[in-house]
Design a protein around this ligand. Structure first.
Ligand SMILES: Cc1cc2nc3c(=O)[nH]c(=O)nc-3n(C[C@H](O)[C@H](O)[C@H](O)COP(=O)(O)OP(=O)(O)OC[C@H]3O[C@@H](n4cnc5c(N)ncnc54)[C@H](O)[C@@H]3O)c2cc1C
Length: 464
């Protein structure tokens, strides 16, 4: 291991005196949170549909244009509800993050997001056609009139355009064309869009005019979302960052592409984070303060230190090698369920490729002292193995086993049968996998083939 800065010996964690009190750990993920929230989301949907239905009268749906308008109103309400739930899934609500994990929440956010947009499109089309039928005018003329003359409609139009822009730029093929930061900035405008959409619904929605209870319900839902976003995305990160005052203590080169950044701060062992979790890191330099990047801990907090290990994959991760000592750092998190307490039995197998060894290193630190540990590290060559010496020491201390699978993909194949041959009890183990997406998916499939049930296969993806 070499250092890019003159890092004093004290930057090595082994040189620190042992800690004398246990580290603070995050609250365990509670599966009941998922059941309770699913039930609440279902109840909320039921109330929303009931509101929409109760605002209709038999006479209002007795004509075809009237019925089309009624369906248009209902799709508007459902679009609003779908967007509220979509936004809540990405609001980084602590107990949800711990119970479900950010990767799964983001996947659900992506699955539900388009449905809000389809409903929104249905709302615009059906309301315009319905109103045009009722007024016996042309559809385009009606659309124009709606936009220009109805209160709050200009805002609603802007909201619709912003939401579609966010949706289209999130579509897989389109997203690849944008820099992450560009996509993220466009996505931020959805908060403004949701505000306009809410104002439009309460101002113009037939379900709300003259229905104070409905207005209170809808307002409470949206205020609840706003409070969750303000609390989890702003207040908690600001408090944690101010409390711990984290700074860059050293930058250590691990190999040609990978550096470790040692961070120091006040009482970091009181930061409730488990090995394997990640933070969104914002390095407060002139050029980088506005972008936050996710990096997993490669060393859990030890008194006033912790560490991340980062591969140069682009401009920001590349710049970390030259990050000045003392740079203040703002953190958001921790996030993730890729933690030692996810294991359901004391026999574990950790499999990492390249920089994917990072969270495995810190998970090793949290595993029970008596855990039966096996580790498989994969890389093109020994120089590309990350943190291998530390991992080897930890495995040796625990009398575990470590394999290095070195070579090209053709030279090294990790299959169910090679896993079984190396570890005859592999089917009894919990497996933690971290590496490039394709590697993780392929190894998870081989583990399933080796007889490990899904509930015992845990993985972290470095891609959202
Ligand atoms: C949960 C998680 C944990 C991670 N842990 C580690 C780690 O321990 N070590 C490590 O080396 N890498 C880790 N990564 C990957 C790391 O976040 C990206 O490599 C880094 O953000 C790239 O930024 P860039 O500007 O250098 O590269 P770019 O060239 O801008 O992007 C390279 C890739 O990273 C993605 N990316 C860029 N910015 C972000 C962002 N702010 N948030 C999410 N993805 C982004 C891009 O979509 C692209 O696929 C992790 C990623 C995730 C999602």
């Amino acid at each position: 291991m070499t250092t890019t800065e003159q890092a004093p010996d004290t930057m090595s964690f082994t040189a620190l005196p042992p800690r004398h009190r246990p580290r603070r750990m995050p609250a365990p993920g509670r599966p009941i949170v998922v059941d309770v929230l699913a039930a609440l989301a279902g109840l909320g949907l039921g109330i929303t549909i009931a509101l929409g239905v109760s605002a209709q009268s038999l006479s209002s749906i007795s004509t075809v244009p009237g019925a089309i308008t009624a369906v248009g109103r209902m799709t508007g309400l459902l679009a609003g509800y779908a967007m509220l739930v979509t936004a809540a899934l990405s609001a980084r609500i602590g107990p949800l993050e711990r119970a479900i994990g950010q990767d799964r929440l983001i996947r659900w956010h992506r699955t539900l997001g388009p449905w809000g947009l389809y409903l929104l499109l249905g709302h615009v089309v059906l309301i315009t056609v319905g109103y045009a039928g009722l007024a016996q005018t042309g559809i385009l003329a009606q659309l124009w009139q709606l936009i220009l003359t109805y209160q709050g409609m200009l805002g609603a139009t802007v909201a619709t355009l912003l939401l579609f822009l966010a949706g289209i730029t999130s579509y897989k093929r389109a997203r690849r064309r944008f820099k992450y930061e560009t996509w993220w900035s466009i996505h931020l405008y959805t908060y403004l869009a949701l505000l306009f959409a809410f104002a439009h619904q309460v101002d113009n929605g037939a379900s709300f005019a003259g229905h104070p209870l409905a207005t209170i319900w809808w307002t409470a839902l949206w205020l609840g979302l706003l409070a969750a976003v303000l609390y989890w995305r702003f207040t908690v990160p600001v408090i944690r960052s101010l409390r711990h005052r984290i700074r860059v203590a050293a930058v250590v080169r691990e190999n040609d592409d990978v550096v470790s950044v040692v961070l120091e701060g006040r009482r970091l062992d009181r930061l409730p984070v488990a090995g394997g979790q990640f933070f969104q890191w914002r390095f407060l330099t002139r050029g980088a303060w506005w972008e936050a990047h996710p990096f997993s801990l490669s060393h859990v907090p030890h008194r006033d230190r912790m560490r991340i290990t980062v591969k140069n994959l682009g401009d920001h991760s590349g710049d970390l090698a030259a990050m000045a000592i003392g740079t203040p750092v703002f953190i958001e998190g921790p996030y993730g369920r890729f933690t030692a307490d996810a294991a359901v039995n004391p026999k574990v197998l950790l499999i990492g490729a390249g920089v994917g060894a990072t969270p495995l290193r810190s998970i090793l630190q949290d595993l029970d002292e008596h855990a039966d540990v096996a580790v498989l590290l994969r890389a093109r060559s020994r120089e590309h193995l990350v943190l291998v010496d530390e991992i080897a020491d930890e495995v040796e201390r625990r009398s575990g086993r470590l394999w290095e699978a070195l070579g090209t993909r053709d030279q090294v194949r990790i299959t169910a049968s090679t896993l079984r041959k190396a570890l005859p009890d592999v089917h009894q183990r919990d497996v933690f996998i971290c590496g490039p997406e394709a590697f993780t998916a392929a190894i998870a499939a081989e583990c399933r083939r080796a007889g490990i049930p899904d509930a015992r296969i845990h993985f972290e993806s470095f891609v959202f």
